[in-house]
Ligand binder design. Sequence first.
Ligand code: UDP
Ligand code: MG
Length: 326
Amino acid sequence: MVDEIKRTDTGYRLSVVVPVFNEEEVLPEFHRRLAGVLDKLPAQSEIIYVNDGSIDRSLHEIRRLKKEDARIAIVDLSRNFGKEIAMTAGFDHARGDAVVVIDADLQDPPELIPEMIKHWREGFDVVYAQRTSRAGESVFKKTTAHLFYRIMQKLSRVEIPRDVGDFRLLSRRAVDALAGLREQHRFMKGLFAWIGYSQKAVSYQRDSRHDGKTKWSYIGLWNFAIEGITSFSTIPLKAATYLGMLTAFAAFLFGMFIVLQTLLYGNPVPGYPSLLVVVLFLGGIQLMALGVIGEYLGRMFDETKRRPLYLINVYEEAQDKKKSIE
Ligand code: UDP
Ligand code: MG
């Protein structure tokens, strides 16, 4: 296979995909560090900056960097599509034998790339970075993240490794496999796991953001968690069935109790409070079940429209024919 040949050759082609959304403060430092790492590799490389509709001067900054570094390619999206789709746009344009995806905020150290490549050349298709520490993150964020992984593990059949972000290296066939998954709701951690193939972890210390601030709000993280669960599990839908059965059973017992009570003691005061409690309880359960169905239905609605995942404003290829990928 072509893939195999490229791995044993000394020369191989490497693409680095960097989603960028309002990162003007860190870009120069990020590029300096990434370029430093790539310079030492025996690879033809391209760095694909995907500008995800930044409203600051990120694009300007990337253009400036491109003048000095011919390895840079720019994919400028027509608006902000979110990191998952920005990454996908990058993968679609990557031409390398191996593709690395890395955050622009320097939370993922570029210095880890050579080690990832080492494992890729040993034959692994996916080499992901697993963090040993989460510096600069609150206890609340750490606990909720931990809980999320636990729940995902229970609910879905794809095994999502813990403490793993998007920072990883993918072989050509892994990228091609991923490119075949065109769903609108892209829970990347799940998709990366779904494709399977041989996977390998390398561990690293996750730093806090070099500059700028995180784009994640807690509401954003909550939606992300819902996205993850609904994309990879239908158990919440089944839960409604069982919850309904359980409630019906409880109602049956309660009914028996009322009948017995009336037979034994008569019915001096009609049970208004218990009636209200039951009605409210059932109403609540029904709304909840409807909500769960709605989550899935809404996603089906989005998928059936079959819109393109993203639109591109401008695509500028990497320039230098000698150093970059032809
Ligand atoms: N990002 C993006 N589009 C978005 C939000 C973020 O391309 O809508 C990029 C961002 O520029 C960075 C990476 O995704 O390179 C990770 O974003 P962030 O640091 O905000 O996320 P966190 O590290 O907190 O998970
Ligand atoms: Mg970050």
